[in-house]
Design a protein around this ligand. Structure first.
Ligand SMILES: [Zn+2]
Length: 476
């Protein structure tokens, strides 16, 4: 078994190296492969101030899997933007927008009381000469403003070129070609014991199949490669502190992030990056082995889901919407940990708005001339049902009832929504539907329903378009 794994790892490594070099010369020349540089740093602060300090600069084992045709981010969707400049010429070599766990945490109550440190990484094509890395943060009134810069000398002796320790499996799930011309999605497992390797293979296939059964991923499947990495573990399941469960799993994925029981992330970015670097990747979904409902998704970082919940496929796709395309939540009824501090400023995400002017609406090209703005939906009936549903949801968790009871509640909720939405004459229209972005009033979504709003497995037109733009950025 071990030998097979080693051969698999080796063949993937050699394949991606050779494809890169062959791209330029037509022949395999490993020396020409562009490396992947990773800047690891600590992001420290509170709600009022923040600091940055370098951890280390790393050359990852795999060549750069990003698209060499589009090094500059033309559609920045996140809270942050980083830019890599050649130090000598000041030429912009690479840029990407992203969001972070810190970026959410600084809006929590905790950030008004204590300092915390989060480990973060920036990945870019390894430069040949010294570069300046500039990190910018979005301000609602002034766009991106610089908050940190650091110089990197790729020839410095502390640039870590060592291959990180790894014990586990790496395999290809879907291979459509050269990583430089494809979107490379990596699916990682956490909380799978060695005996559950076959289960991980089956879970990965089921979740990837669900993603590629959903538009626009269905039509764009040829633009993707899907890889999988499973670090070996003796432990089954992941940590859930609210029920007293703590487990030392390789990726340290856990529930209860920021005190929200269903919010599942890992704060161990160093382990996450070292394990992820075993495969070529641009986007990541981490699957927690278990049945408890939960997930999370951060633009440019990763998405998460549990493997065995009735709604795992939905969560996998919804969180991928956040992680892959920077989509906002279109729901507003569920409690979230971070406060919305920006008031009703126009959100930068493509699928929610505070703007009610039809002529300047960011998705106006999809709105038919006769569709009223704002657009009617039975929000009153929805809200009455939602209040009862949310109350019951809290009771189920407080009483620690079996997951099957929660699954039934979610199923009943979906039936109610489906029935209610089917009665609206604007059910298939793009318009301006009130309630989105965690606010019942003042924020709007573009369609009555979308996977970013309810557990319906379809993206609205606006979200689909936003996803296709990212697919293009990594594959054209
Ligand atoms: Zn949507």
């Amino acid at each position: 078994m071990k030998t097979i794994i080693r051969i698999l790892i080796l063949s993937i490594f050699v394949l991606s190296q050779s494809v890169y070099a062959a791209n330029k010369t037509g022949t395999v020349n490993l020396k020409e492969a562009v490396g992947t540089m990773r800047l690891d740093y600590f992001h420290t602060g509170n709600s009022k101030q923040e600091f940055f300090s370098v951890d280390e600069v790393v050359i990852e084992p795999h060549p750069w899997a990003g698209n060499p045709n589009q090094p500059i981010d033309t559609i920045p969707r996140g809270k942050y933007l980083f830019e890599v400049f050649d130090l000598k010429s000041s030429k912009l070599l690479y840029s990407r927008s992203f969001s972070s766990i810190y970026g959410e945490w600084e809006y929590t109550g905790e950030a008004t009381r204590v300092n915390r440190t989060f480990h973060e990484s920036l990945r870019f094509p390894a430069p040949k000469a010294k570069v300046q890395v500039v990190l910018k943060k979005r301000s609602y009134s002034e766009g991106f403003k610089e908050i940190w810069r650091t110089e990197i000398d790729p020839a410095h002796m502390f640039v870590n070129t060592g291959k990180p320790r790894f014990d586990g499996e790496v395999f290809a799930v879907i291979e459509n070609g050269d990583p430089a011309k494809k979107v490379d999605l990596l699916i990682m497992g956490d909380g799978y014991s060695k005996k559950e390797s076959a289960k991980f293979h089956a879970d990965v296939k089921r979740l990837a199949d669900a993603l590629f059964a959903t538009e626009p991923f269905k039509s764009r499947q040829q633009d993707f490669n899907v890889w999988a990495v499973l670090p070996n573990s003796d432990i089954s399941g992941i940590s859930r502190p609210s029920t007293g469960v703590h487990k030392d799993t390789p990726l340290a994925l856990r529930y209860d992030i920021f005190g929200s029981e269903r919010y599942m992330l890992t704060l161990d970015n160093k382990s996450f990056r070292e394990i992820a670097s075993q495969a070529p990747y641009e986007f990541v979904e981490i699957v927690a082995n278990g049945e408890t409902y939960g997930g999370g998704g951060i633009y440019g970082l990763y998405g998460t889901t549990s493997s065995d919940n009735d709604w795992s496929e939905y969560v996998f796709i919804h969180e991928f919407g956040h992680h892959f395309a920077g989509l906002a939540d279109e729901y507003y009824a569920s409690p979230v940990a971070q406060a919305m501090v920006q008031g009703l400023a126009e959100p930068y995400e493509p699928n929610v708005t505070a703007n009610t002017n039809k002529n300047t609406l960011k998705w106006q090209q999809y709105v038919k001339p006769l569709t009223p703005i704002p657009t009617h939906w039975d929000k009153e009936a929805y809200d009455v049902y939602s209040n009862k549903y949310q109350k019951r949801r809290r009771e189920i968790r407080a009483q620690k009832l079996p997951e099957s009871i929660m699954n039934e509640l979610f199923a009943a909720n979906s039936r109610f929504q489906k029935d209610l939405f089917s009665k609206n004459k604007y059910k298939n229209e793009v318009g301006l539907f009130e309630g989105a972005n965690y606010e019942a009033n003042g924020y709007y979504r573009s369609e009555q329903n979308c996977i970013m709003f309810t557990r319906d497995q379809n993206f609205c037109h606006v979200c689909s378009h936003a996803i296709e733009q990212i697919v293009d950025l990594y594959s054209k």
